[in-house]
Design a protein around this ligand. Structure first.
Ligand SMILES: Cc1ncc(COP(=O)(O)O)c(C=O)c1O
Length: 387
């Protein structure tokens, strides 16, 4: 959660640097004015280095990152894309925007894509899978990668919540064909609004780079106004001030994640022995970003009572249970494209996911956690569970 908690003089210095070098806010060109200051370019290079990949592309939101990823992989009308029923609406919206068909699969107790249900929902029209590492916990990636390999499907990792996380020491976002990231204001690192893509394949990177910039190939042999192009595209460019903030935030990412992990562990230790508390499943080898501490209780009534007790104690919940309808596909009746790919009725389409999510409680994990919070959480939740 807390990129915004640690915004300070480092971000300000990077922004001032843009103005100190001439104030060019556009990522391309204006070479004579900008005195060699290219913040978005620098941010992309630093992000790629952090992730251990050759290519990263900055965009103006995590939603845009997903849309660009689908375009770069050539996904469009007639193609089905499978994602998970517990995610933010943006994941499915990006598929709808690509004029492809969104299909959701159930989650398992990782609260991410259930590999078995994913495989059941594959058809001859399926082209890609978008796995989401919801709230910073990795999905069962090894199993999902194997299914994608067997069925010849592209894998996109929606790493909106997983920036700085790893599985078996390999960064989340770098396991699939493309990893997408969000830097909106609620994420582990933030540029206010913003996003990033990382790529396995250089050619896919070049297609994405052009597509997010009206098809511009940024051909060094010609000026930008005479630039070459092979396809149309759109404008999803990041601007220099976001790149500047991103550079400072990226340097803080390891410390933010390490502190979140400590704070999450303290919260979990405080409640782990309470009767009726079940932990979220975490795949072996995970290094979670620990954006939230999620546990399961016996039913939805109990989950809601836990939230009320936490609020009364001056604490909060995050997404579950209160923002359920923005994050559970079974409630997205406003998306006709999704409704029709699930037989015209979403209400019972994801019964397994519903059964898990409706009894889940998610506590926000922050960097500047008050020392008394774990004990307060224990007392609030303990009172509900012992009633
Ligand atoms: C799983 C997931 N994917 C994508 C997004 C979209 O990111 P953005 O808000 O940067 O567009 C979000 C935002 O919360 C998200 O939670």
């Amino acid at each position: 959660m807390p990129g915004y908690e640690v915004i300070g003089s480092e971000e300000l210095a990077e922004v001032q640097d843009v103005f100190g070098h001439g104030g060019v806010l556009f990522r391309h060109g204006f070479d004579a004015l900008r005195n060699n200051c290219y913040k978005v370019r620098e941010f992309e290079q630093a992000f790629a280095q952090t992730m251990g990949v050759n290519h990263a592309l900055a965009v103006n939101s995590g939603t845009a990152a997903l849309r660009v990823a689908l375009a770069a992989l050539g996904i469009g009308p007639g193609d089905e894309v499978i994602t998970q029923s517990f995610t933010f609406v943006a994941t499915v919206e990006s598929v709808i925007e690509a004029r492809a068909t969104p299909v959701c699969a159930d989650i398992d107790t990782t609260l991410n894509l259930d590999p078995a249900d994913l495989e059941r929902r594959i058809t001859p029209r399926t082209k890609a899978v978008i796995v989401v590492h919801m709230l910073g916990t990795p999905a069962h990636l090894l199993e999902i990668i194997e299914i994608c390999r067997r069925h010849n499907l592209y894998l996109i990792e929606d790493t909106a919540w997983g920036c700085g996380g790893r599985l078996n020491d390999k960064p989340l976002g770098t396991w699939g064909d493309i990893g997408t990231f969000s830097f909106d204001f609620a994420k582990t690192m933030t540029t206010g609004e913003g996003g990033m893509l990382v790529f396995r394949d250089e050619e896919v990177y070049h297609r994405a780079s052009a597509w997010h910039d009206h098809g511009h190939e940024n051909n060094p042999a010609v000026p930008r106004w005479e630039d070459t192009r092979a396809s149309s595209g759109f404008n999803y460019r990041m601007m220099e001030l976001q790149g500047a903030v991103g550079l400072a935030q990226l340097r803080k990412l390891p410390a933010v994640v390490a502190t979140q992990r400590e704070n999450k562990a303290a919260l979990w230790q405080a409640i782990a022995d309470l009767p009726g508390v079940e932990p979220r499943t975490v795949p072996e080898g995970s290094y979670e970003t620990a954006d939230a501490m999620i546990f399961l209780v016996k039913d939805n009534t109990t989950a809601r009572l836990c939230r009320e007790a936490l609020l009364q104690a001056g604490l909060a919940t995050k997404i579950l249970p209160e923002a359920f309808t923005w994050h559970f596909a079974g409630t997205w009746h406003h998306m006709p494209e999704l409704v029709s790919s699930h037989g015209g009725d979403l209400s019972s389409a994801f019964a397994t996911s519903h059964a898990i999510l409706s009894r889940a409680v998610s506590l926000p994990v922050v960097v500047r956690m008050a020392a008394a919070d774990p004990a307060k959480a224990r007392s609030a939740i303990g009172e509900v569970l012992s009633a």
